[in-house]
Design a protein around this ligand. Sequence first.
Ligand code: HGY
Ligand code: MN
Ligand code: MN
Ligand code: MN
Length: 415
Amino acid sequence: MTLPAEVAAAVDGRRLGALIRDVSTLGGLPGGGLDRQTLTKPDLDARRLMVDRCCSLGAQPWRDPAGNFFLRWPATASDEPPVATGSHIDSQPGGGTLDGAYGVCAAIEVLAALASTGARLRRPVEAVIWTNEEGCRFAPGTMGSSAFADPSALDEFLAATDGSGATFGEGLAQLDAAFPDVPLRPLGVPLHAFVEAHIEQGTTLEDTANTIGIVERIQGSRWFRFQTRGAASHAGTTPRSRKRDALAAAVEVASALYGLLTEGDDALRLTIGRLEVVPGSVNVVPAAVTFTVDLRHPDTEVLDEVEARLRALARPTAGCDVQVMRTMTMSPSLFHPAVVDAVARGARSVGLPSLRMASGAFHDSLRLIRHCPTGMVFVPSRDGLSHNTAEYTDPDDLVAGARVLAHAVAELAGR
Ligand code: HGY
Ligand code: MN
Ligand code: MN
Ligand code: MN
């Protein structure tokens, strides 16, 4: 049996399942699912659980100025750049227990499999926790992996604020006191390769009866913030001719945006996920409305064309001023053939039906593409559901994905 196959075989489903269950309790919601937003107490508690678990295996912990955590399994040629594998543990406010956390738990299971086989690979292996992938508390998403790939981006991220006015920098500052045992190292250390295991969050694997997704590319994502500004006035006395209703303007712009969606090809995705009205009082004409737009498509030209039509909506509407700004950009990206093929060999070696496919969701891996050869392993999501507390993947599929991950990581680290 080859070493990668040996490490894959050493993946223990019960151990993986127990870790996923333990992590799922941190930020767990009473009716199921998670609220473990980045740098909240549940996030820090989950980091502590994972650091302690990996240190008990003999791994060495590191962290960087963006709050990314690295749990390092030593190798024979220890000064070689490591093969890294991991994902994120922050969740949506009403998220599922597997989005991100599965990839980190699978990465830790790879370390446990290495420990149980006593395998010493040529290169170190690092399990990674990337900070703030979701971007729902502090926008944009993928802050940790973005800063890892481009350290100059960190300063702007530190100033990002959440709904309460707290900054990302203040959130990060908690880590020094909470993790005195985890030494700092610089951002962006060299990596030989990065592989992320993640739930598909779509229905392709389920619809095609495949267990493993060999992810070849990720579609593009762009986030925007629209702001309409009118004038607060009395709901009962303001004549219609004098009203400057910011919500009326927002509704007109939002309707035009949904029109772009229906006119677009069926690969186009446009979501208005958050809308805030100021002052938000029942008997005051809205003075201002802020709302977000999440735009996705596999093709940059299409994104550019839809963005031009979206920006054209930033014009006086219903007597109100309308502004728009782009707040996040992720270009459609291809994963590295060497890593994609390593994942494919892992799926073949473990004897699982697999499919080469694209990702509809963005991931930290998209940011790592610029840093080192990168690829992803998908496992099926029941009904394609994610960013929803009912998110679910068959436990056997979770183990299968971890075996494929272990095979790919061991092969890449052995070379
Ligand atoms: O939004 C996304 O695509 C990712 O799941 N955060
Ligand atoms: Mn995710
Ligand atoms: Mn997500
Ligand atoms: Mn991700």
